[in-house]
Design a protein around this ligand. Sequence first.
Ligand code: PLP
Length: 467
Amino acid sequence: MNSILQHDLNDFGNILEKTKKQGIDFLNNLENIPTSNKNSIDYSRELNELGLGSLAALEEFNERLAPLMVASSGPRYWGFVTGGSTPASIVGDWLTSIYDQNTQAVKAQGGVSALIEFETINLLLQLLELPKSFLGGFVTGATMSNFTSLGVARQWFGKQSGKDFAKNGISEKINIFSATPHSSSIKALSMLGIGSQNYTTIQTIEGNREAIDIADLEQNIKSLNGKPFVLISSAATVNTADFDDFEAISKLKEKYNFWWHIDAAFGGFAAVSDKYKHFIKGWEGADSITIDCHKWLNVPYESAFYLIKEQHTALQIETFQNSNAPYLGNPLENFNYFNVVPENSRRLRALPVWFSLLAYGKDGFRDIVENNIALALHFGNALIEEASFELLAPIRLNNVCFTLRGDHNQEKVSQFLSELNDTGKVFMTPTVYQNRKGIRASFVNWRTTENDIKIVITEMKEVFSKI
Ligand SMILES: *Cc1c(COP(=O)(O)O)cnc(C)c1O
């Protein structure tokens, strides 16, 4: 063994102790760590011939890189839709690295890890009150979940006219409908060879809405004259957290032949609360659903899952099978994750979620979701009371879409936001909504409190007074 490696092996306990202590210091100080950092690094560092050993590498990391880390898992990082990491999720994440299982087949090396993934999906179905007719698996994010789901939808579409697109390529136009798809679904259409422009935009409900206008959808369906199509619907759009009407879509499903996908990356968590589950009523009728865990479940990146109805498993295997190697056997008999997802080798990505669900239960996640929504409303009300801000859309869930009050201030929005983000006290994301420049604050983090809103409003007033 290389002597440096040997030394590290002998010193394992000490190395991990130091790392643990550093982790505790960071996490316990998260509130005071800036949410943005303008400093950069010179990344031309040369690779040394002789290794430094873990502790010297840690020293260099602490000198050069650690000071640049931002508190994106802290209570005032409201950019994008960003969760944090709870204690239990970090336990699961650490142990995922420590046990380092390759999560593929049930009957293979690391086999129990595939069963842990089954168990975790089963727990998630209970959390979200979804039926067992869905099978699921973990991927790195909602983008890959949309990709996986729409990949199976693509195969389904071909099969409607007896074609196997996975084997022979796409040989006809795939009809795709959506009203306000997330950019990642469009990216998935590009990656799947369908084409990012090859979808029909359905109108949204009139007024301040991003949800599908069901009458317009039905018009478009009728113009297909009975041909199949794929519907990409939304459980919470990113700007205004708007939901499509899933009960109405379920009714259409009784009349027409289509694959129904729901991007519920964060909105799916409305299901954990009696107050908000009406938003997702009827979603169990979908063929596939995308849900992120590194958002509202507050586990570390990269964690999301897909849910696809069991009746489509054969199509899913046709799309993703890796079983050209003969020793792998019949993919339907010997379930193996690498025949149903894009990746082959996979870490035990379910474990942080498994720990979180056991540690905090339904009640814990209901509290996170309801607290975050209450905070969004609280922040929205605070904005309304200030003369300088206005809401761009009503607050339906956990996202607040607002701007500087008055059209004359439109040109100042970008400067305001960049100066606000530069304070390091809060981070928000720019957006454009109904042709107006806006700002989005998303409440997803389990640590956020009313005091954070106070801090942010004070900063916002201060920054606005200076621009
Ligand atoms: C965040 C998000 C995505 C993309 O998720 P990643 O985890 O970043 O891949 C897709 N859809 C919606 C609605 C989202 O909010």
